[in-house]
Ligand binder design. Structure first.
Ligand SMILES: Cc1ncc(COP(=O)(O)O)c(C=O)c1O
Length: 384
């Protein structure tokens, strides 16, 4: 069996540090009700809060679910629904995903749709909230991964709070990828995933839960979500440092190793490396005729979409890159005119150089061939 795998330039699941896979294969506990698990759980709590920049850790609990980022968003929606009707603000693919999830979970909501490929305008959110004083909560996406677009988390959160609402933010792809300030944003719930920039394996959905918000949710309505019930899970985990139901211990161990890795290299260095590699790649691809999409002022520099150079197809690039051991995403969302690259995984500069060299070979070979073909035959033969 061929076990060689391409290097992932994807926005999660992604390349993980070697230690993460080692911990997953040989976790320090093998049951979720052992003391060794509780120790690991408590250490992860501390590091997850510290690495994301929380300054008052006692005010927060990272409630863990055996799910992915989508599941963490279901958890938030079901918890918010205890309060009554809320507003989902959408300016792209993952905002629309929240709307779909709310509809499918039977969560009463309105939708405010704002321009895509532009950051959400807090003024527009302010107006919508002022016009409907019966709203109880707001949910929006912090980083629109599909576009690689940063929304103004702090301004949006504060705007919603001025209206006295509970605020949730989908931070699945911004958490640990670039600096975010959950406390300044005054959010109550923020979803994240083990498979994104924290660089662990997929399978744990996390909800940064403001302790004070739990009491409001508890008294506001009846439990929702059963195994996805935020309040019940918070109660058990924050008191006993173990989940209500069986969770994959090996994934908690992978997360432990990911936290240790980020503490060793430093979270600021991690953010800087992700950004530097993407800026370098975008400049390189721009020179090769594959410009990056989205106004550079709004780009996250974590995930970026690139136009195909004229004459190339996604299928052809994909075949060539996989042959080179390099995996990127092509034509996502049905738009066959682009490919997407992320640098949020554990990628070395050598990985990036290999990707750049492959693009250079692919995109310039075609150009050389077509300019040879365009040259008059006599000139072409005289050069032989
Ligand atoms: C902003 C955002 N929200 C939610 C999700 C869903 O997360 P998962 O694929 O882990 O379920 C993603 C995945 O890329 C995302 O980028």
């Amino acid at each position: 069996m061929n076990r060689a795998k391409p290097v992932l330039f994807t926005p999660g699941p992604l390349e993980v540090p070697r230690r993460v896979s080692e911990y997953m294969a040989d976790p320090p506990a093998n049951y979720h009700r052992q003391d060794a698990f509780r120790t690991m759980f408590a250490e992860n709590q501390q590091d997850l809060k510290d690495l994301i920049g929380i300054r008052s850790p006692a005010d927060w609990h990272v409630t863990m679910f055996a799910s992915t980022g989508t599941g963490a968003n279901d958890v938030c929606l079901l918890a918010l629904s205890r309060l009554g009707r809320g507003l989902i603000v959408s300016n792209g693919y993952f905002g629309e995903r929240l709307v779909t999830q709310a509809t499918e979970c039977g969560v009463e909501h309105d939708v405010l749709r704002l321009a895509v490929e532009e950051p959400m305008d807090p003024g527009a959110v302010d107006e919508a909230l002022a016009a409907d004083p019966d709203l109880k909560w707001v949910f929006f996406v912090s980083h629109e991964t599909r576009a690689g677009l940063v929304n103004p988390l702090v301004e949006l959160g504060r705007t919603c709070k001025r209206h006295g609402l509970m605020v949730a933010a989908d931070c699945v792809s911004s958490a640990y990828a670039y600096a975010i300030d959950l406390e300044a944003a005054q959010v109550d719930l923020a979803s994240a995933s083990s498979s994104k920039a924290i660089m662990a394996h997929p399978g744990l959905g996390m909800v940064f839960t403001r302790v004070a918000a739990v009491e409001r949710l508890r008294v506001a309505g009846t439990p929702r979500g059963s195994s996805l019930d935020l309040v019940a899970e918070f109660d058990k985990q924050s008191k006993l440092r173990e989940p209500r139901f069986g969770q994959p211990v090996a994934l908690h161990a992978a997360l432990r190793a990911a936290c240790m890795h980020l503490k060793t290299i430093g979270i600021d260095a991690h953010h800087r490396r992700i950004r530097r590699q993407m800026q370098d790649l975008a400049a390189h691809l721009g020179d090769l005729g594959a410009p990056a999409r989205v106004d550079p002022r709004y780009r996250s520099w974590v995930v970026c979409n690139f136009d195909l150079p004229p004459g190339f197809t996604c299928a052809e690039i994909s075949k060539y890159m996989e042959g080179q051991g390099l995996f990127i995403l092509y034509g996502i969302g049905g738009d066959k005119n682009h490919f997407q690259i992320a640098t949020m995984g554990d990628l070395s500069d050598e990985n990036l150089s290999a990707l750049k060299r492959a693009f250079t070979r692919l995109f310039t070979a075609r150009r050389r061939m077509s300019s040879d073909l365009a040259r008059p035959a006599a000139v072409a033969s005289s050069s032989r």
